[in-house]
Design a protein around this ligand. Structure first.
Ligand SMILES: Cc1ncc(COP(=O)(O)O)c(C=O)c1O
Length: 406
């Protein structure tokens, strides 16, 4: 496998503290199992909800020298193609719920909004966000589901197909110059000028409530995954990809609060060209990565960490990795072509970073030892998207997603 020769880099987090209780430093006010109960009671009532599959990559586990690799395949989530369907749309619901209460009504459940019960309040509201594709699609979908307006900002290099995937839900899509972080700033400025509500998947000083709801929504996916592992077994290692860190923090917080010091060894994997979490871990504080952040892993092309995600990852993540684009592409092809048996999996560019990181680490004896990987290791990785950019997928894999999936 050519992946073994690709660039990668591992940083063991000196601030990781296994003995530290989850509750403390306000972590439990950011994400909690109690708030996940509320998420579950809402999202599981939405039409089209079903747990996404947990795929066992048994042949790949064999050749990688571990006992199991479980791949949580988010490609079918609510027909939106990614795990982001859980976050943005849930945050839109929470925001609208809050506005209905401010208008003097009792707190509605999502089924009330879906039935159009408070349409007079809700249709006056506009939600907005910046996106590299998946989050904006979720916000646009949530806005249409619950009956408000959406204006979604995309940056220079977001593909046409990602743009039309957002517009199909009736959202106005605005393309702005610069990178993702510049689109974040534009959304914030225009929202302030127009009285719109920002539904961002990243947090910054003074803006944490909505991204917290976004991240809390993601936790439903981890909850499903653990329930799907046969015989109630728990993973020994979790490799999760990072953009702003919201997804990784959500997974990490769930495992930390539920399993304490017995939680799996937790590794965050990023593209080498957008390594803000890796560099923040090295510096011991959030670090901004400037520039084009030019990686094929579009969902991970972020230069600034989410401050509330960092609050969890700074002590909860055991290691950080950065990988080159070639290993992501190689992993996509491997999941499509299944040289190690099993059924093909359609995985997008950002879906495979965690798995690619593990495969690279598993080939290196020193890194295996450092990360505690051995024949008994049981891996959980999150395949966060299907072919959300179909043209890019075909270019990389050589066949369309439909041809691979059938
Ligand atoms: C498919 C996919 N995976 C992973 C991520 C990373 O999530 P986060 O930015 O919360 O770290 C994203 C973000 O957009 C994504 O679209």
């Amino acid at each position: 496998m050519t992946i073994a020769t690709s660039f990668f880099d591992v940083f063991l987090n000196p601030s990781a503290d296994r003995k530290l209780r989850y509750a403390g430093d306000d972590r439990e006010t950011i994400l909690s199992l109690a708030a996940l109960d509320e998420v579950r009671s809402e999202i599981t009532t939405w039409t089209g909800y079903h747990p996404t599959p947990l795929v066992s990559l048994a042949g790949l586990a064999d050749v990688s020298g571990v006992a199991r690799i479980d791949y949580k395949d988010e490609g079918s989530r609510f027909g939106l193609g990614s795990f982001k369907a859980l976050g943005g749309a849930y945050a839109v619901f929470r925001l609208l719920q809050g506005e209905v209460v401010k208008a003097g009504y009792p707190a509605p459940a999502s089924r009330d909004l879906l039935a159009g019960k408070y349409a007079a309040v809700v249709r006056e509201m506009t939600v907005t966000c910046a996106t590299d594709g998946n989050h904006g699609r979720s916000v646009a979908w949530g806005a249409r589901l619950f009956g408000c307006r959406a204006v979604i900002y995309i940056h220079e290099t977001v593909s046409k197909s990602r743009e039309s995937n957002i517009a199909q839900y009736g959202a106005e899509v605005r393309r702005v110059p610069g990178n993702y972080d510049e689109a974040v700033r534009r959304a914030a400025t225009d929202a302030a000028a127009n009285g719109w509500f920002v539904v961002s998947d990243t947090s910054y000083e003074g803006y944490t409530t909505v991204p917290r709801d976004v991240m809390q929504g993601y936790a439903l996916m981890v909850d499903e995954a653990l329930a799907q592992i046969p015989n109630g077994a728990l993973p020994t290692h979790v490799f999760v990809q990072g953009g702003v860190g919201g997804l990784a923090a959500s997974v990490c917080a769930y495992l930390w609060e539920r399993l304490g010091e017995h939680r799996p060894f937790f590794v965050v994997v990023e593209p080498d060209k957008a390594d803000c979490l890796f560099r923040s871990a090295q510096a011991g504080e959030p670090v901004v990565v400037e520039g084009a952040l030019d990686t094929i892993m579009a969902g991970l092309a972020c230069g600034e960490v989410s401050v509330i995600a960092w609050k969890i990852l700074e002590k909860g993540a055991d290691a950080f990795m950065r990988i080159g684009d070639d290993s992501a592409a190689e992993t996509m092809r491997m999941l499509a072509n299944t040289p190690y048996g099993g059924s093909p999996v359609v995985a997008g560019e950002s879906a495979v970073a965690g798995l690619a990181g593990f495969l690279l680490a598993s080939k290196d004896e020193t890194i295996r030892r450092q990360l505690g990987i051995d024949m008994k290791s049981e891996l959980l990785v999150i395949g966060t998207e299907g072919a959300t950019d179909p043209e890019m997928y075909e270019k990389i894999v050589g066949r369309s997603a439909a041809a691979v999936g059938s």
